[in-house]
Design a protein around this ligand. Structure first.
Ligand code: 5RP
Length: 228
């Protein structure tokens, strides 16, 4: 699983603290990325100790890790609701708006995280910023990517098709789509940009998570900072 930014210990502290929020009987959204992975492993250990939960994975990787960790899996369509979702982020601003999708999993992540009664973000300190300026990942239908690139330019951004590490082909999401990383510079109006991106034909989902996060746990070198 891809690791970015802070240290593994910082990520572990954040993920494990968030996992402590999971109660017996909960339906839990299982996020993607290296920080959420620590939460999934901790929930798996709690499950082995007798905690009864059902997990809804947000990606192929989180599904595989949940299975390996012994967490019973279900899908969103099988439950009445999600009690808590624990997920990572690429950037978190002062109002707790997020940019996600570094792992190209933001479409399913947004569906599950938004469905949760409580959405808890887990991160290391390299992810916190005053104002968002990181490129926004945008999942697009393959047929539409050139048209979306042009629409992103009309919105004042610049789109780059995400390629795999070997650079020999585009990244393909779990949903069979492509990802455009869209740079807008400083994002002073995340709500407005989120609305405009959602309105572009061919966009499946973008990585701006506006007004969704309830709590943020930032793992530090000696503990966990909780941002409400
Ligand atoms: C995947 C994501 C991840 O949660 C995000 O990239 C953070 O990953 P990490 O915890 O490895 O830094 O949004 O789509």
């Amino acid at each position: 699983m891809k690791t970015t930014g802070g240290t593994d210990d910082q990520k572990r502290r954040a993920g494990e603290r968030a996992a402590e929020l999971v109660a017996d009987g909960d339906v839990v959204g299982l996020g993607s990325g290296s920080t959420a992975a620590y939460a999934i492993r901790a929930i798996g250990r709690a499950t082995a100790d007798g905690l009864t939960v059902r997990g809804i994975p947000t990606s192929f990787d989180s599904r595989r890790l949940a299975r390996e960790s012994g967490i019973p899996i279900c899908s969103l369509g099988e439950v009445d609701g999600v009690d808590v979702a624990i997920d990572g982020a690429d950037r978190i601003d002062a109002d707790h708006h997020l940019i996600k999708g570094g792992g190209a999993a933001h479409a399913r992540e947004k569906v599950v995280d938004a469905a949760a009664d409580r959405f808890v973000v887990v991160a290391d300190p390299s992810k916190t910023v005053e104002t968002l300026s990181h490129p926004v990942p945008v999942e697009v239908l393959p047929e539409a990517y050139a048209a979306v690139e042009r629409d992103v330019e009309d919105l004042g951004g610049g789109a780059t098709l995400r390629r795999g590490e070997a650079k020999d082909g585009p990244v393909v999401t779990d949903n069979g789509n492509l990802v455009l990383d869209c740079a807008f510079g400083r994002i002073d109006d995340p709500r407005g940009l989120a609305r405009r991106l959602s309105g572009v034909p061919g966009v499946v989902e973008h990585g701006l998570f506006v007004d969704l996060a309830d709590t943020v746990y930032v793992g530090t070198d000696d503990g966990v900072e909780r941002l409400e």
